[in-house]
Design a protein around this ligand. Structure first.
Ligand code: ZN
Length: 215
C-alpha cells in the first residue's frame, strides 16, 4: 500500500518545484506545488502529512505494509512523477493520494479525482481496480468522515474526472486521489484544523482502504 501525502513543507522549494517533469501523455508539469491552506494559515502539506500518518498507523495495526512517498514534512519534493513511480512499485495493492482543496469559500466537502483516460502503462484490470478503490473510498467517507460529498464539484457524486494529475496518469497500480475537504470553507477548515476532525477523516480513509484490500 502506498500513501502519498500531497506537497511538502520545506522552505525554499520554489526552484525545485518549478522544474518540469513528465506528467503522462507527453506532457510536462511542474515538479510540485506548495498546495493550499486555510484562511488562518494551516497549510495543506501539514494536513496531508498528519492524515497520512494517522492512516498509516491504523493500516499497520492491521498488518498492512505501508510505503510513504515522503519521509517527513520539512523537505522538498519528491516530484510528482517520482511519487507516481513509488505508487507503481511492483506488488503494491493500491495507492492513495491525500490532499485538500482550495475551492470556493461557499462550497464544502470531499471529492475523489479519477483519471478520465487510461493511465499510461496501466492495464484494463488496473483501471477497473482503481474505479473499485475510488468507490470503496467514497463509501467509507460517506459513512463516517465528518465531511459531506462536495457541494461544488462532482454534481453530488463526489467523483471528478481529470486528465492532468501526474499520479493518476503515470501510476500502473490501482490508484485514487482524495481531496479531503475544502480548506477555504470555514466549516471544513474547522474540521481539518482539529485533531479530532483529522482522526475521524483518517479512520474513514483507513476503513476504505481496508475494505478494498479485503476484496
Ligand atoms: Zn494538493
Amino acid at each position: 500500500m502506498v500513501l502519498d501525502p500531497g506537497h511538502n513543507g520545506g522552505a525554499g522549494q520554489a526552484a525545485e518545484n518549478n522544474k518540469l517533469v513528465p506528467a503522462g501523455y507527453g506532457r510536462t508539469k511542474p515538479c510540485n506545488t506548495t498546495g493550499t491552506s486555510t484562511n488562518a494559515g494551516y497549510p495543506e502539506h501539514a494536513y496531508t502529512w498528519d492524515v497520512a500518518n494517522r492512516v498509516a498507523t491504523i493500516l499497520r495495526a492491521h498488518g498492512v505494509r505501508v510505503l510513504m512517498t515522503r519521509p517527513n514534512d520539512d523537505g522538498v519534493g519528491p516530484c510528482v512523477n517520482v511519487r507516481a513511480s513509488i505508487e507503481s512499485t511492483p506488488g503494491v495493492a493500491a495507492a492513495v493520494a491525500i490532499h485538500a482543496d482550495g475551492g470556493p469559500s461557499d462550497g464544502h466537502g470531499f471529492h475523489i479525482c479519477e483519471d478520465s483516460r487510461t493511465p499510461e502503462g496501466a492495464s484494463a484490470t488496473t483501471v477497473a481496480r482503481s474505479k473499485t478503490l475510488s468507490y470503496d473510498m467514497r463509501s467509507a467517507l460517506d459513512a463516517n468522515s465528518g465531511l459531506t460529498r462536495s457541494t461544488y464539484i462532482g454534481g453530488g457524486t463526489a467523483f471528478y474526472p481529470r486528465d492532468d494529475l501526474t499520479g493518476l496518469n503515470l501510476s500502473t497500480n490501482p490508484t485514487t486521489f482524495l481531496e479531503l475537504g475544502n480548506m477555504r470553507n470555514a466549516g471544513d477548515a474547522a474540521i481539518l484544523s482539529s485533531s479530532s476532525g483529522r482522526a475521524r477523516i483518517a479512520a474513514a480513509v483507513a476503513a476504505g482502504i481496508l475494505a478494498y484490500l479485503k476484496r
